[in-house]
Design a protein around this ligand. Structure first.
Ligand code: UD1
Length: 420
């Protein structure tokens, strides 16, 4: 197991570029099951989650090649429709093979992913979506088994208690491409990653309208063709890198960062007194002294992204005054809190709300990552801390960030990866 050793207190400065989007490409890879032949993705980040979904695809019989950010998926030889527990438990997004397998082969058996470290994450909407297309869906021995001779288009209302589901929208949109007739997804996820998936499917020959709005219409087609595709850049990584700069007291420019995607996040930075500037292809965030407190409420897109909540909290814990973070998607997503407190933060959690009373400094300590973004929050705190911070269990961070330490070093950070 590796850990990061960070010598804090250096103001970061310079330019880095965002990687390809993890959350865009993860549901795209299973979409390669819809075609015979090789689908090629360019600009794919070398992160563990990509290796996991690739292993799922290999377990189904697909040929997978990954060289220098180019990922090729050859679905010609797929001969198995079961995604096993051992792979699916490592990453929930594996559930995204459900729709494509069912649409193409009429059968899918996918392990239930279970909860995760920040609370229960049900898959009821995924199952509802497949049932709406006419599939017979049952749970057996910890697996979802879905069967249908031919999927049939339907109108599906897809929101759950916290709003739309990105994963269920991806599964339904992908499956509906090969269904008979028209599917309408009401309360569809509106994230740019959903639009990117729709664009991939359209390039493959699918007929999709409305992606990016809350109603997506898909007219089923007989077959699709393999294509080459480059996913959007990773806005969550971009936001993380901007916060790294801000919390360190420096100024960081991130290429590939998108103002439209990040607007609610940038508004929070602005409220904190951070100077923001942007051009067509980049955003710069510059700290100017101690930050002001902020109120953050995570919501589905176009709201503040839950995937940037822990990182921004790590910066707000150093602000002058009380910040409030309300988690609108995962009520228990506060894994970073006890570890930030170990570094000297003053944070109290009440239900889905964290009350953050700003302190002047973090003091370096040993802490432990427990999920991707909570891990990133600890790195941010470590960059700002006085003294040395050891962040253990960084395999969580490796799930979503390619060479985070390399990027931070290029900005002037003192951070090393050490094998424990
Ligand atoms: C995606 C992102 C993840 C992000 C999350 C919320 C990927 C690969 N992952 O996860 O990084 O944190 O969106 O923005 O894109 N829900 C149900 N029933 C379901 C499915 C979801 O109630 O069947 C609930 C969830 O518990 C959650 C909300 O709906 O409260 C949104 O979840 P969803 O959008 O499905 O998240 P993921 O697609 O799993």
């Amino acid at each position: 197991m590796d850990k990061y050793v960070i010598k804090g207190g250096r103001a970061l400065s310079g330019t880095v570029r965002a990687q390809g989007s993890k959350n865009a490409v993860l549901p795209m890879i299973p979409a390669a099951l819809l075609v015979d032949g090789t689908t090629v993705f360019r600009g794919v980040p070398g992160i563990t989650d990509i290796h996991t979904i690739s292993a799922v695809m290999e377990s189904l019989g697909a040929g997978v090649g990954f060289v220098d950010g180019t990922l090729s998926i050859d679905s010609t030889s797929v001969d198995n429709q079961t995604a096993p527990y051992d792979l699916v438990r490592r990453m929930r997004a594996s559930i995204c093979v459900l729709g494509p397998l069912l649409a193409r082969y009429g059968y899918a058996k996918v392990s239930l992913p279970g909860g995760c470290s920040f609370g229960p994450r049900p898959v009821d909407l995924h199952l509802k979506a497949m049932e709406a297309l006419g599939a017979d869906v049952r749970l057996e021995g910890g697996y979802v088994i879905a069967e249908a001779k031919k999927l049939k288009g339907a109108k599906v209302y897809l929101a759950g208690p916290a709003g739309p589901s990105r994963g269920a929208t991806a599964n339904l949109m992908t499956a509906a491409c090969l269904a008979e007739g028209t599917t309408v997804i009401e309360e569809a996820a509106r994230e740019p990653e959903t639009v990117d998936l729709a664009d991939l499917l359209i390039a493959m020959g699918a007929e999709i309208e409305g992606a990016g709005t809350n109603e997506i219409t898909i007219n089923g087609v007989k077959n699709l063709k393999p294509v080459e595709y480059e996913p959007m850049s990773d806005q969550i990584e971009a936001g993380t890198l901007l916060v790294c700069g801000v919390a360190s007291g420096g100024s960081v420019r991130v290429g590939g960062a998108d103002v439209e995607y990040l607007t609610p996040f940038l508004e929070c930075l602005y409220e904190m007194g951070i100077e923001i500037s942007s051009d067509n292809d980049s955003i710069t965030a510059e700290s100017s002294g101690r930050a002001r407190p902020v109120v953050v409420h995570s919501k589905p897109y176009p709201g503040f992204p839950t995937d940037l909540q822990p990182q921004l909290m790590a910066a707000a814990a150093l602000a002058e005054g009380r910040s409030v973070f309300v988690e609108g998607i995962y009520p228990d997503r506060f894994n970073q809190v006890p570890e930030l407190v170990r570094l000297g933060a003053d944070i109290r959690v009440e239900g889905n709300t964290a009350i953050v009373d700003g302190v002047k400094n973090y003091a370096g300590a040993t802490v432990m990552a427990s999920d991707i973004r909570a891990g990133a929050a600890l790195v941010i705190a470590g960059l700002a801390a006085e003294g040395e911070t050891h962040v253990r269990r960084i395999y969580h961070i490796d799930r979503g960030y390619e060479d985070l330490e390399g990027k931070l070093r290029s900005l002037g950070a003192e951070i090393e990866r050490i094998a424990e």
